[in-house]
Write a protein that binds this ligand. Structure first.
Ligand code: GLV
Ligand code: MN
Length: 195
């Protein structure tokens, strides 16, 4: 969902002081082969957290070579029993492929229709831009996926963390009404997300 580049490449200068919409280019004279390669997705991420999952990002912030190209990739590790919790990307569609394990992949439309499928190694999925989605490890072993985006910086909003872990905290009467539960339920969820 990003716009097209106006030159061959524009390796992001992440330290630039002026940022308009994306990052300015570092001088071509300073560009080397290393700027077009990234090994950050080669390592397994730690899944020792409440969701039992880890998303390692190859976006413009970690891989400046994708600047202005409208693409990026993630590595997703999910422990047995874990999931990549419901979230959405405001600036990108997502495609993905399962490399290891068995994974339930699902998303919900703006009309609240839920589409999902159990996937195994080599199978691919697509998540339309902006729709809430998740991946759950439904196997006995760890799961590994790679995902790809049509944005250098898709953004990721995790629904539960966004609503119950914001800074400052969303007033309880908003959340009790929205979810039709008591304040003690809201406080219980907030306590899990540090808000
Ligand atoms: C998976 O949903 C990801 O955003 O990488
Ligand atoms: Mn996603």
């Amino acid at each position: 969902a990003d716009s097209d580049p106006l030159q061959d490449f524009c390796i992001a200068d992440l330290n630039a002081t002026v940022i308009v919409n994306g990052f300015p280019c570092k001088p071509a004279s300073a560009v080397t082969s290393d700027d077009f390669f990234f090994d950050g997705l080669s390592k397994e991420g730690s899944t020792a957290n409440i969701f039992g999952s880890s998303v390692t990002r190859g976006n413009v912030l970690s891989f400046p070579g994708v600047n202005t190209l409208g693409i990026s990739m993630n590595r997703v590790d999910i422990a047995p029993g874990g999931m990549n919790a419901p979230h959405w990307h405001p600036r990108s569609s997502e495609s993905g492929v399962v490399i290891q394990g068995r994974v339930l992949v699902g998303f919900m439309t703006t009309g609240n229709v839920f589409y999902s499928k159990n996937l195994t190694v080599g199978q691919m999925f697509v998540i339309p831009i902006g729709l809430v989605h998740f991946q759950q490890n439904i196997g006995e072993e760890k799961a590994l996926l790679f995902t790809a985006f049509n944005s250098q910086n898709p953004g990721s909003v995790v629904a539960s963390v966004n609503l119950f872990g914001s800074t400052p905290s969303i007033p309880n009467d908003v959340l009790t009404k929205a979810f039709q539960v008591d304040a003690n339920v809201v406080n219980g969820i907030k306590s899990k997300f540090g808000s």
